[in-house]
Design a protein. Structure first.
Ligand SMILES: [Zn+2]
Length: 159
């Protein structure tokens, strides 16, 4: 890497870190680590990010309303069987089972996971198809791209 490339990389990283800090300030449970190069939002497949952010904001509002900003920790985010899966736990509150607002948060995460199946994992449009290798939801446009790039993958209307 030459000097110009290194300088460019430094500034793009600087910008990413700045944006991530802004995001984490707004939604603290998206913080992954202290270097801010990535957040938990980056672990969400691209097509689902906008949709997931709406739910993350709703969840943060509930935490805020109950003075529980530091109570939620995400431990893993992944795609599983065509749906978003988010693993999380509550800290600082051993009696959390009794709190209604925690049930509300559980419900929001469950809805987000369920609804993600309806949206294209690549672009976020309505998904009418599914790939048959790893069963992921895709839209008509992305179906064509996938079929062109990966002739071995079959894409069929959703079952
Ligand atoms: Zn798509």
């Amino acid at each position: 890497m030459n000097l110009v490339e290194r300088v460019r990389l430094f500034f793009s990283e600087h910008k990413i870190i700045k944006n991530n800090k802004k995001l984490v300030k707004k939604i603290p449970f998206l913080k992954m680590d202290d270097n801010y190069k990535r957040t938990w939002l980056d672990e969400v497949p691209y097509g689902w990010q906008k949709f997931a952010l709406i739910y993350f904001e709703k969840i943060e509002t509930i935490l805020n309303d109950h003075n529980a900003k530091d109570y939620l920790r995400i431990t893993e985010v992944k795609e599983k069987w065509g749906k978003l899966r988010i693993y999380y736990s509550f800290v600082n509150n051993p009696k959390y089972e009794q709190n209604k607002w925690i049930e509300d948060i559980d419900r929001l995460f469950a809805t987000l996971e369920k609804e993600s199946w309806k949206l294209c994992i690549d672009c976020g449009a309505v998904a009418s198809y599914q790939t048959n290798d790893y069963v992921t939801p895709v839209c008509g446009k992305c179906k064509e791209v996938i079929e062109r790039l990966y002739p071995n993958v079959t894409v069929t209307p959703k079952s």
